[in-house]
Design a protein around this ligand. Structure first.
Ligand code: MTE
Length: 321
């Protein structure tokens, strides 16, 4: 597989130094900052064009859960919607327009594997069965940039209750849609589509694991992974699988998309640790997208208090890749 030269979301080696990342930020802001701001209404129009209003619109803005707050300002929505990774639609950060091809209704979510009863549920039925709330979360991409986002959604633990896994299930595997007719990059056979991610059940039922249905006080946008995506803010952003169509409960550790594509650099756990470099760049600091700040990266992206216990006694595992 010729993946090493073709992966879209990694920092090319020549941009991995702080100086180059800084220069890259400036050129990003210059090239897309103003354009992004004026692009947003176009995106909104495209989302409206020919599509019925989101059937769950009445649930937003959801009540904020004040337990989840931040130490830095929220990323501007327009910036968030114009700097994305969604490789099914392209390898640049500017994929909002391409992602409008995604049809997010009707949408069904399959629950299978080691569960009491496998089933398929309509997304709106699922969303309405869940307690929707808003949480302010950090997001740290493995490329050494970060954002802060007001997600809406429901605790993954509530979904696990709903799915009723068998007690022998140890992992949950999540899968993005597979539709090469809609997503042009899925026509490239050398990538291991569909995008897959996995968590242990203990991780999925940790209080921080969140299934996202909305952002910025409205239903989550297509480019952000509508209609259902994951937020696990103590892990690198690639774990946050978008546009999920299937949850499989299993006793086998799932092999994720990037682990399959480049296992020497990416593993199952992918917990944020500023002291463990990526093989090709430092993880010590991160660029705060939309600002001129570079800030120190925190262990578990600042969520050690909530999640560190999950990894006790696992020091021999590859926890940081
Ligand atoms: N999920 C799918 N299906 N496809 C992707 O390309 N990219 C991942 C993750 N989930 C990705 C995905 C990466 S690398 C990151 S950093 C986040 O989504 C980006 O989410 P954002 O665009 O909302 O910032």
């Amino acid at each position: 597989m010729n993946v090493i030269h073709r992966r879209g979301w990694e920092i090319p080696e020549h941009r991995a130094t702080p100086e180059h990342v800084f220069l890259n930020r400036r050129s990003f802001m210059a090239a897309t900052g103003a354009a992004a701001i004026s692009l947003s209404p176009t995106i909104a129009l495209a989302q409206r064009a020919g599509e019925a209003p989101d059937p769950t619109i009445d649930l937003y803005p959801a009540k904020r859960n004040e337990r989840y707050t931040l130490d830095r300002p929220l990323t501007d929505e327009k910036i968030n919607l114009s700097y994305n990774n969604f490789y099914e639609f392209g390898f640049s950060k500017d994929v909002s327009r391409a992602a409008q091809a995604l049809k997010v209704r009707p949408w069904t979510v399959k629950i299978d594997g080691m569960v009491e009863k496998p089933r398929e549920v309509d997304i709106d039925q699922l969303i309405r069965a869940m307690p929707i709330e808003e949480r302010l979360y950090r997001h740290r991409c493995v490329e050494a940039w970060g954002m802060t986002i007001p997600w809406s959604g429901f605790p993954f633990a509530k979904f696990v209750e709903y799915a009723k896994p068998l007690s022998s299930a140890k992992y949950v595997r999540m899968e993005t849609f597979l539709d090469p007719a809609t997503a042009p990059l899925q026509r490239q056979p050398f990538y291991p589509w569909p995008y897959v991610e996995g968590l242990t059940i203990a991780e999925a039922t940790n209080e921080m694991a969140f299934l996202v249905t909305g952002a910025y006080g409205k239903p989550v946008a297509k480019v952000q992974g509508a209609p259902l995506r994951l937020a696990v803010p103590w892990k690198y952003g690639f774990k946050a699988v978008k546009s999920i169509v299937k949850f499989t409960f299993t006793d086998q550790r799932p092999k994720s998309y990037w682990e399959t594509a480049q296992g020497s650099e990416y593993g199952f756990w992918a917990n944020v640790n500023p002291k463990v470099d990526h093989p090709r760049w430092s993880q010590a600091t991160e660029e705060v997208i939309g600002t001129s700040n570079r800030v120190p990266t925190l262990l578990f992206n600042g969520y050690a208090e909530q999640v560190a216990d999950l990894y006790k006694g696992m020091e021999s595992e590859r926890l940081w890749a």
